[in-house]
Design a binder for this molecule. Structure first.
Ligand code: PXP
Length: 240
């Protein structure tokens, strides 16, 4: 299972002081040197963390897989098309949210998604993924909208507070991964995955090509350093 690391939180820290550091572009390079298979960023409509300058430099400097998370807002879609990352992941976005709160309601947004997905392929983006809750109808709708991958939202698993609730969420994720696989979709996963919950996730959920992890790694990096934080997570995935 491959590890893609989200560097948004480095930009959040930089922007908190309106400074030029810490630089998410430097952090991305460190992550790759320490064993990350790729880098993720979310260019939000309000540009609250990652900026267009970051996007352009990450496109030039990231040597592994580059995952551009975006909403379907036309100006952000245009930037994504211009940058042509390896992977574009479409996510829901609400201005008031602290972080992405759940998967896309694919059936309800089918018309807009069906318009945006082909634009991304035409621009040279090889993989287009929709961030979805582990709901079979939404996964099938993702394929119908033209996506060739889905990222399963693992937030409910991460937030489950009892062993029974965690087991139930893992079952939902495993069933959803099987549906996605049967539909011919690549399976990605992310949100709330951390050093404690990743092993059970890897054991229980089949077909997952890659996970996207941000907060847990950056939070640990503040205490132990980025190299150690990345290596610790990569080791958990490699031995899974
Ligand atoms: N995947 C998606 C689609 C996300 O929006 C996020 C949060 O930015 C992540 C993965 C990473 O979540 P976390 O920061 O909790 O690891």
């Amino acid at each position: 299972m491959n590890l893609l690391i989200n560097v948004d939180h480095v930009a959040t820290l930089r922007n908190a002081r309106a400074e030029s550091f810490p630089d998410p572009v430097h952090a991305a390079a460190r992550c790759e040197h320490a064993g990350a298979d790729g880098i993720v960023f979310h260019l939000r409509e309000d540009r609250r963390h990652i900026t267009e300058r970051d996007v352009r430099l990450l496109r030039e400097t990231v040597t592994g897989k580059l995952d551009f998370e975006l909403s379907t807002a036309p100006d952000v879609v245009a930037i994504c098309c211009d940058v042509a990352p390896d992977l574009a992941t479409l996510v829901p976005e609400r201005r008031e949210e602290i972080t992405t709160e759940g998967g896309l309601d694919v059936p309800a947004n089918a018309e807009r998604l069906e318009a945006v997905v082909p634009q991304l392929y035409d621009a040279g983006v090889a993989q287009v993924s929709l961030f979805v809750d582990p709901v079979p109808a939404h996964i099938r709708a993702a394929r119908a909208a033209g996506a060739n991958a889905v990222e399963l939202h693992t937030g409910d698993y991460a937030n489950a507070r009892t062993a029974d609730a965690r087991a139930a969420e893992l079952e939902r994720l495993a069933a959803a991964a099987a549906v996605a696989h049967d539909e011919g979709l690549r399976v990605h996963a992310g949100h709330g995955l951390d050093y404690r919950n990743i092993a059970a996730f890897c054991d229980a959920v089949p077909h997952v090509h890659e996970v996207s992890i941000g907060f847990a790694i950056m939070a640990r990096a503040i205490l132990v350093g980025l190299d150690t934080a990345v290596r610790d997570m990569a080791a958990r995935l490699r031995t899974a």
